[in-house]
Each structure stands twice: as C-alpha cells, then as structure tokens.
Design a binder for this molecule. Structure first.
Ligand code: UDP
Ligand code: MN
Length: 262
C-alpha cells in the first residue's frame, strides 16, 4: 500500500461550518489512504460534526479540545491577534503519538514509519495532486500556497534542488515563513520529537515556526510541486454570511429552525 496521510483539521461551530466540512470531505473522498483527524474547538463533540462524519464515507477520528477563553479571538478582535486552531492541532498530534506508541511491532509499525501528517484548515482549497506530492515525505516536505500573506502566492525558493529562502511579503527572516497549508511532516519525525507542538502564545506569523523549529532546519526541507513552482493549495477564506433578515424574523419569533442543519 502507499503511505498513509493523516490530515488534522481544527474546526469550530459557525454558520458555514457544515458547508466547509462538506467541501473538504468531497476532496478527501478522492484521496487514497487518507485518515481524517477532525478536532472540534468545543467542550464536547457536537451532534452536527458527529453525524456529518458518520455519513461522510471517510476514515476518521473525531476529537475535541476547547480553546481556553483567554486564547480565543473575541468578537471585533482583528484576526491576526491570536493564532487559531493551535490547541486543536496539538490535540491531533497527541492522538497520533498515542496511536503510534500503541501500534504493534512488525507490519503495523512499519506502515506508520512511512506515514505523513498534514494540517488542513477547514476553509482552504486543496487540489488532489497536493496529496500525492506530500505522500512520500522523509522529514518535512514543502510547496507554495496561493492567496496568502497579501500575495498571489508565497513559496519556498529552490536552488540546486534545495530550499534556500522564501518568497514572502512579510518578515522573511522568520525561521519558517510558511503558511500552515504549505508543509507536511513525517509521522516518524512527530513520534521521535514529542516536544514538537504549536505554541498558542506565538507571535503573529510564528505559529508554523514554533512547531517546525523542533523538527528541521531549512536545509532539510524537501521541495515538492515541481521544485515549488506550482500552486496546489489556496488559503481561501469564506465570507461570513449576513443574517439581517434572519435576525429581523427572529425578533418576531419566526427565525429559521436551528436544528435543520444537524
Ligand atoms: N478555528 C478553530 N477555532 C476558532 C477559530 C478557528 O478551531 O476559534 C479553526 C478553523 O476552523 C480553521 C483553523 O482553525 O480550520 C484556522 O482558522 P481560520 O481559517 O479562521 O484562520 P485564517 O484562515 O484566518 O488563518
Ligand atoms: Mn482559514
């Protein structure tokens, strides 16, 4: 079999959640040997996500981890103030390490040695080719990400087959000036570096670096997507739906049934 891809997705309740998860699941259904780790930012699993996953047709693990209030963006905060999804990605890593440690010797353990871990936010857009690029990852593989950082794309710059710097519009001297969607890590590396995690208190733009610094140096990065010349993933963001009419109807007791979506 080809190496397995473990995809960790943080997700939280909002009007577009089921639409986002639907779009994502339709992509993942086309990817062989994909195991989806969905981590809800919630105090317990919600019926919406529970029922959605059961009907999805995917192989999955359903986890939850509530972001503590002091680490969560509040209504009106600018979106760059605090990192989003850090606690949930760490929870996914915790599950993977536990699963990996419990794996039996022999064939099962050998398969895990080859597996790869990817962090896929629920609102981005992923091509199918992306998963085949990351599938064979020795340590950390990297590629361009479209529509991010106020740029058409950001990307690692490759010379003589090696990543030598990063094309980015902002703080290029960060240890790893890359978006979450721009790299995958071998499960073996995650297992052998148990201290590697996302720092929820990281400064703006340093969340990815806080994790990757434990694992590799720039010299170790494995450029994919034609030496980082192709954009195969986009940091799309979904507009928040306007609820003007809904709010007006609700005041008259005529709001839409809240249970219809689940
Ligand atoms: N997320 C979360 N809790 C939150 C906000 C976001 O779990 O309070 C998740 C979200 O579903 C997504 C990831 O964290 O999978 C990144 O969030 P978002 O897409 O809002 O970040 P941005 O695109 O602005 O970097
Ligand atoms: Mn996003």
């Amino acid at each position: 079999d080809v190496p397995k891809i473990y995809v960790i997705t943080p997700t939280y309740a909002r009007l577009v959640q089921k639409a986002e998860l639907t779009r994502l699941s339709l992509t993942f259904l086309h990817v062989p040997q994909l195991h989806w780790i969905v981590v809800e930012d919630a105090p317990q699993p919600t019926p919406l996500v529970t029922d959605f996953l059961a009907a999805s047709g995917l192989t999955y693990t359903h986890l939850h981890k509530l972001t503590p209030k002091d680490r969560k963006l509040q209504e009106g905060d600018p979106s760059w103030l605090k990192p989003r999804g850090a606690e949930q990605r760490n929870e996914g890593l915790r599950w993977l390490r536990e699963m990996g440690a419990a794996a039996a010797e022999g064939k099962e353990a050998a398969a895990l040695e080859e597996a790869v871990v990817y962090f896929a936010d629920d609102d981005n857009t992923y091509s199918l080719q992306l998963f085949e690029e990351m599938r064979y990852t020795y340590r950390v593989s990297v590629w361009p990400v479209g529509l991010v950082g106020g740029m058409k794309f950001e990307r690692p710059v490759v010379e003589d087959g090696k990543v030598v710097r990063f094309h980015t519009g902002w703080r290029p001297n960060r240890p790893f000036p890359m978006d979450m969607a721009g790299f995958a890590v071998s499960l073996r590396l995650v297992m052998t570096n148990p201290e590697a995690r996302f720092d929820g208190d990281a400064q703006m733009g340093f969340l990815e670096s806080s994790f990757l610094q434990h694992l590799v140096t720039m010299d170790d990065l494995e450029p994919k997507a034609d030496l980082c010349s192709k954009v195969l993933v986009w940091h799309t963001r979904t507009e928040k739906p306007k609820m003007k009419r809904e709010d007006a109807l609700q005041k008259q007791g005529l709001g839409s049934d809240p249970d219809v979506e689940r």
